[in-house]
Design a protein around this ligand. Structure first.
Ligand SMILES: Nc1ncnc2c1ncn2[C@@H]1O[C@H](COP(=O)(O)OP(=O)(O)O)[C@@H](O)[C@H]1O
Ligand SMILES: [Mg+2]
Length: 394
């Protein structure tokens, strides 16, 4: 046989360049909202594709829009946050030729050492009040007919970290300042795009300040349609040895059901491994089943779904997990069962159990099947829960 060629999958980092499957309507919605003057919030659980989308948007701006993307997860203090934002803003301006003299003046003022080829700056002057400086330099560009768009990935995590480090006031202060900026006409050419895998709404609700982000325009990143899933799979296997006939392709989609690009990438990658081992390029239904089980055996793909519940709700984890475990074992769960779990002596969550159900839906664990009946959104996740918690006495 000829050399075996694997599909062009990516299952670790964000998908970029040729590996990115674009949905034009997401880009269109994004630019429409930016042009209306909105700031954007990408809401979706981990691995749904936020980073891939943000990088694609930042790499393909419309005319007179200048974008910069950064993952800010490591930020641990308020000043560090503004320092990052300051750098990002200057890096962004560094891309705009007609602002080179403006940037030169700033370079002198802040002792900026070096503007590298890529435009990254380093600042040697110490003791800069970055918040104050940002507030003074951004408005100076308001009549330049350019707009800077700064993508802050993992922003929700930063706010959550500050909150957990007993810096709640700093977190609120940042959110307040950013909201002021968003409503200030002097900053109309400065747009922010936020993302995070934990619900920012929920983090902020926990801080008793639900209104601080009400003005952001949320863009949901949903699963792919069946047609889009087919196109993505075709893109992945274009040059590959494995082949799907139509029925098998359809079977794969029914099996995955919740058609996230990530799940499809995992399935195609694993199907290739199965096929290669059998030296059989034509994929059959049993091979798809085998691949599905193998994806699940590689627990690291799904561990995170449990870990983040423990991380963000350490005290409520036992309660949430009992709901999910029951749901996995029974195939669904109705509100009366949830209520019974909530009110038993172990959990005593009579007051707020419904907010967790809403959150489990927002975070991509459960869907409402019919009024007040819930089930797992993804068969992968449901089977993973069964594998993790094989026993349920209820
Ligand atoms: N548009 C896309 N095209 C192809 N693969 C994608 C796309 N979006 C997501 N993926 C898949 O999902 C994985 C996670 O994507 P990523 O953008 O990092 O998600 P998030 O930032 O929401 O955690 C990628 O490694 C890739 O396998
Ligand atoms: Mg990401």
């Amino acid at each position: 046989m000829e050399r075996w060629i694997s599909p062009n999958t990516i299952t670790g980092d964000a998908a970029t360049g040729e590996r990115y499957f674009r949905r034009d309507y997401i880009n269109e919605e994004f630019w429409r909202e930016i042009k209306k003057g909105n700031h954007i919030l990408f809401v979706a659980p981990r691995r749904v594709g936020k980073t891939s989308i943000m990088k694609d948007l930042a790499d393909n701006p419309e005319a007179d829009y200048y974008c910069i993307y950064q993952n800010i997860q490591g930020v641990k203090t308020k000043n560090e946050f503004y320092e990052r934002l300051f750098h990002l803003f200057l890096d962004c301006i560094g891309k705009i030729k007609k602002l080179s003299s403006f940037l030169k003046r700033l370079s002198e003022k802040y002792s900026i050492d070096q503007v590298s080829v890529k435009g990254s700056i380093t600042i040697s002057r110490k003791n800069i009040d970055y918040e104050k400086e940002l507030k003074s330099i951004i408005p100076q560009l308001k009549d330049q007919s350019i707009t800077t768009v700064i993508f802050l990935d993992e922003f929700a995590e930063v706010i959550n970290t500050l909150n957990k480090r007993k810096l709640k006031e700093d977190a609120i202060d940042i959110l307040n300042t950013l909201r002021e900026i968003r409503s200030d006409n002097n900053f109309r050419h400065f747009k922010l795009v936020f993302a995070g895998s934990i619900g920012l709404q929920f983090v902020i609700k926990n801080m008793d300040r639900p209104t601080l982000i009400n003005d952001l325009h949320p863009i949901e990143t949903k699963a792919l349609s069946a047609d889009e899933a087919t196109l993505l799979i075709q893109q992945l296997i274009e040059d590959a040895t494995i082949q799907f006939d139509e029925a098998t392709l359809q079977y794969l989609q029914i099996k995955v059901k919740h058609l996230l690009p990530y799940y499809l990438q995992l399935m195609v990658e694993e199907t290739d491994l199965v096929a290669r081992k059998m030296n059989e390029p034509r994929i059959s239904i049993p091979m798809v089943d085998k691949a599905f089980d193998q994806v699940l055996e590689k627990n690291k793909n799904f561990d995170d779904w449990i870990e983040r519940l423990k991380e963000y709700h350490p005290e409520q984890f036992a309660f949430i997990n009992e709901i999910l475990t029951r749901c996995a074992h029974k195939g669904k769960i109705v509100i009366q069962e949830i209520y019974n779990i909530a009110t038993n002596d172990k959990h005593k969550r009579n007051d707020d159990y419904m907010s967790f159900i809403v959150q489990l839906q927002n975070d991509g664990y459960l869907v409402e099947l019919s009024k007040h009946t819930y089930k797992f959104l993804s068969p992968f996740l449901e089977q993973f829960w069964l594998n993790q918690y094989p026993v349920y006495n209820g």
